[in-house]
Design a protein around this ligand. Structure first.
Ligand code: DON
Length: 305
């Protein structure tokens, strides 16, 4: 296993030169394009690390599954899926178009930016501090890492360049699909996206979803089996945005990407996989991360779809 992963890491990391590091959040443009980390956590707690698993990066959109899990636990499935849909889109993650075109003008799913902003608004905690603390606690429990924090520079950088997310939020409010204090909701969203992790943390996140909500490192049942199953289902259909169909065909594992270069994958009943390499394709998915997951799916027989 260790050797197989090392060979996969070596072969896929060189694919990074085909992608480009995200620049629309200025702080992300500083990421090392050559950094590459690959980690696997199995449901019995065994871990395999390859490449640079100390390399730290921000969760970005991978944080959306943390907040979704929290909202499902705290508000229940029916409340969450009456505020956001559960169907994929063929549009980019920050697209505004369908919100206006398609009645009832609510986000198509919780993993595109508009949907994730609405999910933050559903959290019952008071104010921005209450909500981000609850998200951080959930992230720490899911990843068995009490030290997970917000990277302040990335948070401020995103907040200062957030015209697109801001316009999504204000549009949602204008059609009655977003309620609450918009500035609080956006602030929490920017902070959740800026939670900093490494590939090992990501693999534990994937493993906790894979093990029906039981964190294999701490032995704690963090979320219900039903929440874990719903999150895996939404990752399968929407986790890689407009690349979700292609990813289902080529890789066949529930997964979630982020523009920090991370991808978290969850093989039900077996393992979580965390991979990071900052250069992205046109859809915002890590090029070398996609290559690594395709190879793992094939060589370790991980396909579940
Ligand atoms: O809101 C944004 O645009 C970012 N904070 C997150 C986007 C993202 O990670 C898309 N994923 N590939």
């Amino acid at each position: 296993m260790k050797e197989t992963l090392a060979l996969i890491a070596q072969a896929s990391s060189i694919q990074a030169s085909k992608g480009s590091v995200a620049t629309y959040i200025p702080e992300l443009a500083k990421a090392d394009p050559e950094a590459f980390g690959l980690a696997v956590t199995e449901c019995d707690g065994t871990q395999y690390l390859s490449g640079n698993c100390e390399f730290r990066f921000t969760l970005q959109s991978i944080s959306k599954v943390v907040t979704l899990a929290l909202a499902l636990e705290e508000r229940g499935k029916d409340n969450v899926f009456s505020a956001v849909g559960n169907s994929p889109t063929a549009d980019p993650f920050n697209s505004i178009m369908r919100l206006e075109m398609d009645a009832p003008h609510r986000p198509h799913n919780p993993l595109i930016n508009s949907g994730a902003i609405v999910v933050v608004s559903l959290l019952p905690e008071e104010g921005r501090e209450g909500k981000i603390e609850a998200i951080l606690d959930m992230a720490r429990d899911l990843m068995a890492n009490g030290d997970i924090k917000v990277n302040d520079r990335v948070y401020r950088s995103e907040k200062n360049t957030s015209d697109r997310n801001r316009s999504l939020a204000y549009f949602l409010r204008s059609v009655g699909s977003l309620k609450g204090d918009i500035e609080d909701i956006l602030d929490v969203y920017f902070r959740q996206c800026s939670m900093e992790v490494n590939a090992k943390d990501l693999s534990i996140l994937g493993a906790t979803f894979a093990c029906d909500g039981l964190n294999p490192i701490t032995g704690k049942q963090v979320i219900s089996p039903q929440t874990a199953r719903i999150v895996r289902a939404i990752m399968t259909t929407c986790g890689m945005y407009d690349g979700s169909g292609e990813f289902a065909v080529n890789v066949g594992i529930p997964a979630k990407s982020g523009v920090g270069g991370g991808i978290m994958a969850s093989v039900p009943g077996r393992m979580g996989i965390g991979v990071v390499s900052p250069p992205l394709d046109q859809r915002g998915n890590s090029v070398a991360g996609l290559a690594a997951l395709a190879a793992i799916s094939e060589q370790l027989h991980c396909r579940v779809l």
